[in-house]
Ligand binder design. Structure first.
Ligand code: SAM
Length: 236
C-alpha cells in the first residue's frame, strides 16, 4: 500500500514537472504540488519534518558566531531548515516560489522569528546582493533543469556577503554522466561556476542518502569588493 502511494506521488511529480517544463516554466509545478498536498507533508516527496540531518551535522561540527548575523534560506519548502538556523541566533529570511509552502511554514511555526517570503530565484530582490552572512541552499538547484542551472547558481552566489558563507546540499553526479531528473544531480563542472563567481570551496563532505551520492559543500566569499553587477547580468 505504502509503495503504491509512493508510486502515485512519483507519477504526479513526473507529470506536473514535465508539463511545467514543456511550458518553459520549470518552477511552475511546485505550487500545484504543495496546494494539492493540502497540509499533508506525506504528499511532499522531499519533506522531512525536521531540519536536514546534514545541516544539523554541519551546525554541530562547525559552530560559528551567529549573534547579529543574517541567513538566507533559498527554496525553503516547509521551513524546518530556516527554523533551526533561527533557533541558534541567525536573523533568517526564507523564501520559496510556492505561496502555499510559505503559508504552510507560517502555520507550522506561528511564533517564528523567520521572515518567510514568497520569492523567485529567477527574480531576486536586488537589495539582497552580497547581503547574507550565511546562504543555505538545499536541494533546489537540482530540482530545476540544466538549461536554467547557470542562472540559478549565479542568483544564489550573488546573495552571499563579502566574507560570507554559502552552504549547499545537493545530489552529485560525475561530469560525464547524463542527468536524469527531476531531480537532476549537479556535476563538478556545474559547481565550478560558484568558484568562477568568487567563492572558494572550504570543505566538502560526501554522503549517501537513499542510495544516492550527495555532497555538502561549504564555500566562502573571499572577494573583498562587492559585485558590481545585477542578478540579471553576467559575471566577468
Ligand atoms: C526539492 S524542494 C527542496 C525544498 C527544501 N529546500 C528542502 O530541502 O526541503 C525544491 C524547492 O524549491 C522551490 N522552488 C522551485 N523553484 C523555485 C524558484 N524559482 N524560486 C524559489 N523557490 C523555488 C520549490 O517550491 C520547493 O520548495
Amino acid at each position: 500500500m505504502f509503495e503504491e502511494q509512493a508510486k502515485t506521488l512519483r507519477d504526479r511529480v513526473a507529470s506536473l514537472s514535465q508539463e511545467a517544463i514543456a511550458k518553459k516554466n520549470p518552477s511552475g509545478w511546485f505550487e500545484p504540488l504543495y496546494a494539492e498536498a493540502g497540509g499533508d507533508s506525506e504528499q511532499v516527496p522531499w519533506a522531512k519534518n525536521q531540519a536536514h540531518p546534514y545541516l544539523q551535522d554541519w551546525l554541530a561540527k562547525y559552530p560559528s558566531q551567529t549573534k547579529g548575523k543574517s541567513a538566507l534560506v533559498t527554496g525553503c519548502g516547509l521551513g524546518d531548515d530556516a527554523e533551526i538556523l533561527a533557533s541558534i541566533g541567525y536573523r533568517v529570511t526564507a523564501f520559496d516560489i510556492s505561496s502555499s509552502a510559505i503559508a504552510w511554514c507560517k502555520k507550522r511555526f506561528p511564533e517564528s522569528t523567520v521572515d518567510y517570503q514568497v520569492g523567485d530565484l529567477f527574480a531576486l530582490n536586488s537589495d539582497w546582493q552580497n547581503k547574507f552572512d550565511l546562504v543555505y541552499e538545499c536541494r533546489n538547484i537540482q530540482a530545476l533543469p540544466l538549461n536554467v542551472r547557470s542562472q540559478v547558481i549565479k542568483a544564489i552566489a550573488l546573495t552571499v556577503a563579502i566574507k560570507g558563507t554559502l552552504l549547499i546540499i545537493t545530489r552529485h553526479r560525475d561530469n560525464d554522466t547524463i542527468a536524469d531528473g527531476p531531480p537532476w544531480a549537479l556535476s563538478d563542472q556545474e559547481l565550478a561556476q560558484f568558484v568562477n563567481l568568487g567563492l572558494s570551496e572550504i570543505r566538502r563532505d560526501r554522503f549517501i542518502e537513499s542510495g544516492i551520492q550527495q555532497h555538502r559543500i561549504e564555500y566562502s566569499q573571499l572577494r573583498d569588493i562587492p559585485y558590481l553587477l545585477d542578478f540579471g547580468q553576467t559575471a566577468k
